[in-house]
Design a protein around this ligand. Structure first.
Ligand code: 5CA
Length: 440
């Protein structure tokens, strides 16, 4: 992509109404624009990041045996009356009346709808277990939408749902999602720690929040420092095998959000120098709630003896759009965003330091063509701007690599490769730079 033709409206000034760094940087880098309170448009750069995050989530869900479908954003109120949540959800739910006077709503979550789909399709234990998910926009009329996409009113969520004959089966599904979540977040370059949490309006007793430690997080969390050292991606999990040992490893040490925190237990279980008390961002939340929805909605299956049972369910959420903000909270410096490579909007920014210089531009065009030819995602700053402005913009948008090409270097047969994260710079031949970027 050529920056001269790319729609990336960056801002020089820091927007005054943005309270936290991710919100400021997303606005300044031209990733999002607010449409109204807590509702955002995703501009091309931001949209690329959203798609990247979504794709990692999708791959890990698929790997764990969860199947993707797509449910609508607008739902009928009838099912919500059946589950009892039409009233319980209160003002957070956006209620809509259609032209026939029927009560509709913009879904804040999908337990009712998926349970309804399930009950019309599946009657026997032979067709269990089932794991289904979708990635869809949600609406919650939060009292105080704030922090940009971190607490929006409209936001993108991956919500998954499991269906099993009994508690044991449901626990297996819960463990699968638990492990899939650890992998998902680790692949995005950051550590999310599972913590015991309250279940709120989703319900049930067993629940874990996945928390990223960051000073601007909305919850206070308490955990054992050992949890920060666990390596998640070291081994490939066997989703058909027994995952309970792996889950036990992660849940043995103390890790709780403030609403579940017990100071005495924390002090008894964790040595003083290993106690972590920090702010955290909730990027995922998983629940086991048994028959809370299947009973009132009538999702029944027969067992081997022909007995009928309400199916045991869990639900599993990841804040996809929140995640974009959360990554920035955890990965930035005073110049701008520092994208972990797996979620970066482009892998490399190619900077032409003098667009008016023919040799310099020819060298850039050559690199640009070859990078694209090799399938490397590259943003080429071909604009007629000062070097300073180009460096500042490239640092602001935080692509992992910068390939800097100037007239003097071209004469000497070298370009500069800079790592955004470490600021390490290396002079090398254009061919070596290409080899580095293409991994060949
Ligand atoms: N049905 C369940 C799981 S599928 C559910 O709705 N869970 S939740 O309420 O915990 O939301 C799941 C995830 O969505 C949260 O972990 C959080 O990352 C994200 N989320 C929730 N509310 C917002 C919001 N207002 N803005 C952005 N992301 C949000």
């Amino acid at each position: 992509m050529r920056l001269s033709a790319y729609f990336m409206p960056t801002l020089k000034e820091t927007p005054s109404d943005a309270e936290i760094v991710s919100h400021r940087l997303m606005l300044r880098a031209g990733m999002v624009r607010q449409a109204s309170a807590g509702i955002y448009s995703w501009l091309p750069l931001g949209f690329r990041v959203l798609k990247r995050i979504e794709q990692i989530v999708r791959e890990e869900q698929d790997r764990a045996g969860c199947q993707e479908l797509l449910m609508p954003t607008i739902q009928s109120a009838d099912l919500w009356r059946q589950s009892g949540r039409y009233d319980d959800y209160g003002k957070e739910m956006l209620r809509i009346e259609d032209r026939h006077g029927r009560d509709m709503l913009y879904g804040p979550t999908n337990e009712e709808l998926i349970t309804d789909i399930f009950r019309h399709a599946i009657r026997s234990y032979r067709e269990l277990p089932r794991l289904l998910y979708h990635i869809q926009w949600k609406f919650r009329d939060e009292v105080r939408p704030r922090f940009g996409v971190m607490r929006g009113r409209e936001f993108l969520m991956k919500d998954g749902y499991s269906f099993d004959l009994d508690h044991e089966g449901a626990k297996r599904a819960y463990n699968k999602m638990f492990v899939a979540y650890l992998r998902t977040f680790a692949r995005m370059g950051l550590k999310a720690i599972p913590m015991e949490a309250e279940t709120g309006p989703i319900g049930g007793k067993l629940s874990h929040e996945f928390i990223i430690l960051a000073d601007t997080g909305e919850t206070t969390v308490f955990c054992h420092a050992d949890l920060l050292d666990h390596d998640v991606l070291a081994e490939d999990p066997d989703y058909e095998g027994d995952l309970s040992l792996l889950v036990d490893d992660w849940t043995r040490a103390y890790a709780r959000t403030d609403d579940k925190h017990e100071p005495a237990a924390f002090e008894a279980e964790v040595p003083e120098d290993r106690r972590i008390e920090r702010r955290g961002i909730e990027v995922g939340h998983i629940f086991y709630f048994g028959t809370k929805y299947s009973e009132p909605i009538g999702a029944l299956v027969t067992d081997a003896d022909g007995q009928s049972h309400a199916v045991h369910m869990g639900s599993y959420g990841i804040g996809v759009s929140r995640r974009a903000g959360a990554i920035i909270e955890a990965s930035h410096d005073d110049k701008g965003i520092v994208w972990p490579e797996p979620v970066a909007p482009f892998k490399v920014g190619l900077i032409n330091l003098r667009a008016s210089d023919q040799a310099c531009s020819a060298a850039c065009e050559d690199l640009y063509g070859k990078l694209r030819g090799a399938g490397v995602e590259v943003l080429y700053d071909d604009r007629d701007e000062s070097a300073g402005a180009k460096f500042a913009d490239m640092d602001l948008i935080g692509l992992p690599w910068q390939l800097i090409v100037g007239p003097r270097g071209v004469k000497a047969g070298v370009v500069e490769l800079k790592s955004r994260a470490t600021d390490d710079r290396e002079e090398l031949s254009p061919d070596s730079a290409l080899a580095r970027m293409t991994g060949s």
